[in-house]
Design a protein around this ligand. Sequence first.
Ligand code: B12
Length: 216
Amino acid sequence: MSSSQDVFAAVHQHILEGNSEQAVSSTREGLSAGLAPMTLVYEAMIPALQEVGRRFEAGDYFLPEMLVAAAAMQASMEVVRPLLAESEAEPIGIFVMGTVAGDIHDIGKNLCNVMLESGGFRVIDLGINVPADAFVEAIREHRPDAVGMSAFVTTTMPEVDRTIQAIEAAGLRNEVKIMVGGAPLDQEYADQVGADGYAPDANSTVRVTKQLLGLE
Ligand code: B12
């Protein structure tokens, strides 16, 4: 039986190299050895993608490497996902989530969704590349308690601002709490665009949302 460090190293390496099959089998091995799913996510999977980002920035990785690494991460996430998402009979709130227009990054968003679900929320995922109008429509249709916008590229960050303005223009701003997140965003940006909350990771997304809604 491998030690947990061996499993972390294997999952990390397979994601880094974009080996989906091996990433999945190492993840399964970790779980059957008793490792907590979230520990695998935070100790192995996320650091692997951070390293992918570093290599991409340094010019050692290109888009194809980034794509296969992302696919391996998604495959590993599918293994842990059923263990994280609880099916609550009565949700504590409705959360509409989407990646803003022009942006196709969804791994961070999906992780937030899993944690929000396991924290008791019903999540309506609008997917990637979501135009401001679609957020507005979803608020009208689903009457959520909170809306989340994810952005990962500096060029798509202005879409967060634009979407909040569209929600305001539609007269819906006071109906929902707005959460924003994604790699280039921070609290300062959230304040600047008038969001209610910012969170740097999935766990704090659940915590901050609950605080904003007076659920904690
Ligand atoms: C994987 C990846 C891709 C994959 C995405 C696959 C997918 N299905 O998501 C692919 C290959 C498609 C891709 C494409 C591109 N990418 Co890319 N990508 C990445 C990479 C390596 C990892 C991102 C990731 O998923 N991380 C894992 C998650 C778990 O990250 P996380 O930030 O910890 O997530 C947490 C928080 O952000 C937060 N959160 C996330 N969303 C939300 C939402 C809310 C509401 C809240 C509250 C919190 C929250 O919670 C999450 C969970 O804990 C990053 C590097 C990096 N450092 O981020 C580059 C990176 C984001 N990409 C980058 C670039 C440049 C691109 C491209 C433009 C490349 C190109 N030349 O085409 C395209 C853009 C395509 C587009 N239009 O969107 C740059 C952005 C630079 C910048 N400052 O603008 C980065 C930073 C790489 C780099 N260092 O240069 N990419």
